[in-house]
Design a protein around this ligand. Structure first.
Ligand code: ZN
Length: 65
């Protein structure tokens, strides 16, 4: 199921998770926030999670490489 992150103020599509590429993928909303420095690049609106029901935000538990 594709996930779309859209700025709630101006409607800019920040990221669309529908491309089948296994080498690199954005899984967490935090990655989007970091990528755009916490703000919409168009209008400067502070990025907030789009829908907590469809996007699960978990604490980072990645093992160190
Ligand atoms: Zn915006």
């Amino acid at each position: 199921m594709p996930i779309k992150w859209v700025c709630k103020r101006c409607g800019l599509v920040l990221h669309e998770d529908g491309v089948k590429r296994s080498s690199y993928g954005i899984k967490f909303y935090g990655d989007i926030v970091v990528m755009y420095d916490g703000e919409c690049p168009r209008c400067g609106h502070k990025l907030t999670p789009p829908d907590p029901r469809s996007v699960k935000i978990k604490p980072l538990t990645r093992p160190n490489p």
